[in-house]
Ligand binder design. Structure first.
Ligand code: HEC
Ligand code: HEC
Ligand code: HEC
Ligand code: HEC
Length: 358
């Protein structure tokens, strides 16, 4: 009997250890983020926080160069978005872009050796031109979201050809019986933090122009359009917001009234601007690149890989923990003065072209 008890204790202890291994090790710390008694606090583990800090270091910048001297536009043959930089600044930015996007392949990821740097042979170069304009536009026109820190290619790419967190329009998986699954209850979908909610909230809210609404604003359900289905999509999006930023719902909401803007934190307003910015990135910049993307860079429905909150945030409440990305790269802080947007931007119709439209 005694032996049995010991064994039982041992296996119970092992089971407990196994179950707890997924949890953060105490002590936890908490920070109050809203009025007392509203439960608006953030609970975190200092240990987990250390990992986030380690994963969010910005590489050293290339030494700055003079903005004096001849302009790239006067010297080079085919510069459409960086012509206003000095030749020195231009070369420095090419070197930085190489470090951020193609450190292994080098300049040849976008330029064909022996062919001359001016040709647009590779799709990667054409995509980069769009990306440069997209980055400059975010910094110039989306102060309401990225202001204070700004973004460079590194914010999303971090040394990868394609950023680690991107998405394409969701297709429900097919069951072995031939039955097509619904858009939800699909196992292992990172997009909504592994919830059983619809796994593609992005098409509705980060591509199409829908407001994420659940609550009605009248006592009776007159004219209230949210369905159970759309509600599930909103919650799925919210799971992504929280997961992408590594925060809880209370980072933005007072959970006694999710819908009430006047009871929410200012971060929720910043998030709303982020949502509009991401929509613009996906519609005005990224979707048009699809014309030249190779099939292996497209989703199952043939669309380009797109931006969501995780593309920049990557689990941090501010990308790279709020590091000022423009201090070392002011050349990316605004679009070229002559307002010469890359061709694909002009082709996109019916999309908001600048943050001011909001
Ligand atoms: C990730 C893509 C990418 C990488 C890597 C890259 N470039 Fe470029 N490069 C571009 C783009 C885009 C342009 C056009 C910019 C514009 O339209 O204003 C360009 C233009 C140029 C031009 C101007 C050519 C002309 O006459 O129009 C030179 C010179 C150049 N790059 C040199 C380099 C060098 C040297 C490296 C490596 C240190 C490099 N680039 C790495 C994307 C890249
Ligand atoms: C907001 C996030 C974001 C920023 C900032 C960003 N990119 Fe991208 N980049 C993406 C996404 C999403 C894709 C995939 C879509 C595509 O291929 O058009 C991509 C794709 C690319 C590709 C294609 C790579 C391949 O192998 O197919 C290149 C090259 C590239 N980006 C260069 C740049 C450069 C250069 C900058 C900075 C001037 C930059 N990006 C800034 C999100 C970003
Ligand atoms: C980063 C900030 C942020 C986080 C974190 C966040 N939300 Fe939201 N939430 C928003 C924004 C912004 C909107 C409004 C979006 C819009 O207007 O399209 C919203 C809308 C909502 C709505 C709809 C309110 C209405 O008007 O009917 C609900 C419900 C909601 N969130 C629940 C949640 C839940 C549950 C969580 C945690 C899983 C969460 N949110 C996490 C920012 C956030
Ligand atoms: C292009 C990169 C980029 C994308 C994409 C992006 N953000 Fe951000 N976000 C930033 C930057 C940079 C900051 C920091 C700005 C600052 O210093 O206040 C930030 C800050 C925030 C903050 C303030 C956090 C705090 O506590 O200070 C919230 C909330 C937020 N983002 C939500 C979102 C949501 C939600 C999405 C997706 C709809 C999103 N972001 C997409 C770049 C991005």
């Amino acid at each position: 009997m005694k032996i049995f008890t010991m064994k039982w204790f041992a296996s119970a202890a092992a089971l407990t250890a196994a179950l707890l291994s997924g949890c953060d090790i105490p002590p936890q710390e908490s920070v109050q983020r809203g009025y007392r008694g509203t439960g608006m606090e953030a609970i975190y583990s200092p240990e987990a926080l250390q990992e986030v800090v380690a994963a969010n270091q910005v590489p050293d910048a290339i030494p700055a160069v003079s903005s004096e001297g001849p302009k790239a536009g006067d010297i080079y043959q085919n510069v459409q978005v960086l012509g206003h930089l000095s030749v020195g600044e231009f070369t420095r930015l090419m070197a930085a872009i190489t470090e951020w996007v193609s450190p292994e392949q080098g300049c040849n990821y976008c330029h064909v050796p022996g062919e001359g740097f001016e040709t647009d042979t590779l799709y990667t170069k054409k995509v980069s031109r769009v990306m440069i304009a997209m980055t400059q536009n975010a910094n110039e026109n989306w102060d309401a979201h990225v202001g204070g820190a700004g973004v460079t290619c590194y914010t999303c790419h971090r040394g990868n050809n394609v950023p680690e967190y991107v998405w394409t329009i969701g297709v429900p998986p097919r069951h072995a019986s031939g039955v097509v699954h619904q858009m939800q209850n699909v196992a292992h979908q990172e997009s909504n933090a592994y919830a059983s909610l619809p796994f593609d909230p992005f098409t509705r809210y980060l591509l199409e122009d829908n407001a994420a609404r659940v609550a009605g604003d009248t006592a009776l359900p007159t004219g209230h359009e949210s369905s159970i289905e759309s509600t599930e999509y909103v919650y799925s999006l919210m799971m992504h917001y929280s997961d992408a930023l590594g925060v809880n719902c209370t980072h933005c909401h007072n959970t006694r009234a999710f819908a009430a803007w006047d009871q929410s934190n200012s971060e929720r307003v910043q998030a709303w601007h982020g949502q509009q910015m991401v929509k613009e990135m996906n519609n005005a910049y990224i979707n048009p690149t699809n014309e030249w993307l190779p099939a292996y860079r497209q989703g199952p429905l043939g669309d380009a890989q797109k931006v969501n909150c995780a593309t920049c945030h990557q689990g941090a409440y501010q990308p790279l923990l709020g590091a000022n990305m423009l201090a070392d790269y002011p050349n990316l802080s605004a679009l070229a003065p002559v307002a010469a947007p890359a061709e694909p931007v002009e082709e996109a119709e019916g999309v908001i072209m600048s943050g001011e439209a909001n």
